[in-house]
Structure formats: structure tokens, C-alpha cells
Ligand binder design. Structure first.
Ligand SMILES: [Zn+2]
Length: 258
């Protein structure tokens, strides 16, 4: 039934169909990405207002800003050169560090990034931090949030499709992005994770960081689990297969860059 509705809306031109950079996967999104970005801006501002955001002159915040901006610049150049400049429409990048004991980071649609101090501490090098930030930025570039929204809209009924600022739509946004305890910690499926890994590795490599750092980083995450696994695990399914997939992708990464 879901598919029937999807194809019907595709035919009516309500849905937009586009291709994800690097993987070439076709995706159908119910929401206009620019509408989703507008919603994210408000939610991000609300989040910052009630969080312990480090000032930009704090060395930890500066580190996040430095790595984030370097990946952003390289990614924008790369996407533009590959004909994907449209993916950046409406993006207003922000890189904030929140002082909280959460081993996680996220990026909302439109380039609103949050890195928590607990994961920052675990990133011993900027290469490792680039692995985390590249992956999160990739979720936004690949519009995974929109796909999650679209699925939830189909579950809730398609009425809100035609009215993007409808309160129903805001409520779906909150279900998708704030369903768990912390804003932005949406749970992605394995396909989205794997795609974000690939895009993220390309983005950090073209920014001059070492993509090989991803292997050690995810192995470290796996071994620091203990009694309470890092949050980045509960929101980012991770296992031996992920590390194996990353190793495989690294052997062909240059074919996506050149
Ligand atoms: Zn992820």
C-alpha cells in the first residue's frame, strides 16, 4: 500500500526523486528539503537555547569548528564539481559543541551540527573527529532525515504532504528527530548508516584527513562499550560488518573522488 501511494504521488509530481551522490541510490522524498531545513533551523535554535553550548573561543569548540569548516569547504567544492550543488540549497552550516556526557554527535538537515564533549574527548586526533563529523554531515547531504520523515508521514497518513508548515508536520518532525531522549538522535537503519559511512569517508578524505582512521575509531568505540554502550552505538548500529564494509570501501574510495 505504501508503495502504491508513493508511486501515485510520484506521478502527480508531489514527490521529488533524486540521486544520492557517490552511491547513486535513487530516493523519493515527500517533503521539500528546504521546508525540512526551515523546520530544523527553529528546532536547532531551541535546542541550543537550552543546552550547555561551549563559547566559540573554548579550545574544544574551536577544534570542532576547525574540522567542521574544513570538511564543509571540501564537501561543497566536491558536490558542486560533481553536479550536486542543488543538494546544498538552504544550507546554513553551524558547528556547536555541547558540554554533556554523551558519546554522540549529529547533524540536522541544513548543516546544523552538534558534537558532545564526551565523544570529542574520545577522538584523540582530528582525523578521528573528522570520521565522526564527516559521517554526520553525510546524513544531512544524503537527506536521510527527509527519508525518515517521509516514512513517518506515510505511517501517519499522507494528508500533511500538501501543507508543509502544518502542525501535523511539525509533530512528525518531533517524532522523527526527538523521539529519543536527546534531540537529533534519530535512529538510522543499516542502509543509511552504510551510506553515511561511505559519503563521510569521501568528504573527510578530500578535506585532507585520513579515512583509515575510521577503522581504529570504530574498533575503539566497540571496545569502550562496557556496561553502558556509547550513545553513538544505539543511534548508529555498529558491528564487525560495518568495519569490514569500511575496509572494503577504502580500497575503492579514490574512484569516487577522481
Ligand atoms: Zn549515522
Amino acid at each position: 500500500m505504501k508503495n502504491v501511494i508513493l508511486y501515485l504521488m510520484l506521478g502527480l509530481g508531489i514527490l521529488s526523486c533524486s540521486k544520492v551522490p557517490i552511491t547513486g541510490r535513487r530516493q523519493n522524498n515527500l517533503m521539500k528539503e528546504t521546508n525540512l531545513i526551515e523546520m530544523s533551523k527553529k528546532q536547532y535554535a531551541d535546542f541550543l537555547a537550552k543546552s550547555k553550548v561551549l563559547p566559540d573561543n573554548d579550545p574544544r569548540a574551536q577544534r570542532v569548528l576547525r574540522v567542521g569548516n574544513r570538511i564543509k569547504d571540501a564537501t561543497e567544492k566536491f558536490l558542486t564539481s560533481k553536479g550536486y550543488a542543488k543538494r546544498l540549497n538552504g544550507f546554513e552550516w553551524e558547528f556547536k559543541t555541547v558540554d554533556e556526557d554523551i558519546v554522540n554527535a549529529w547533524c540536522m538537515p541544513g548543516g546544523k551540527v552538534c558534537v558532545y564533549t564526551a565523544i570529542l574527548k574520545l577522538c584523540k586526533t582530528d582525523d578521528e573527529l573528522a570520521v565522526v563529523m564527516g559521517h554526520e554531515i553525510a546524513h544531512a547531504i544524503a537527506r536521510h532525515g527527509n527519508e525518515r520523515m517521509s516514512n513517518q508521514m506515510l505511517v501517519n497518513g499522507v494528508g500533511s504532504v500538501l501543507a508543509p508548515q502544518d502542525p501535523n508536520q511539525v509533530s512528525i518532525f518531533q517524532q522523527v528527530f526527538m523521539g529519543s531522549a536527546t534531540l537529533g538522535m534519530l535512529k538510522y537503519g543499516r542502509n543509511h548508516e552504510s551510506e553515511a559511512d561511505k559519503l563521510g569517508l569521501v568528504f573527510l578524505k578530500i578535506a585532507g584527513y585520513k579515512p583509515e582512521a575510521a577503522i581504529g575509531f570504530w574498533e575503539k568505540m566497540a571496545s569502550t562499550g562496557g556496561q553502558k554502550p556509547p550513545e553513538i552505538f544505539s543511534t548508529h548500529p555498529s558491528d564487525e560488518r560495518r568495519i569490514k564494509d569500511i575496509k572494503e570501501f577504502l580500497t575503492e574510495i579514490d574512484t569516487y573522488i577522481n
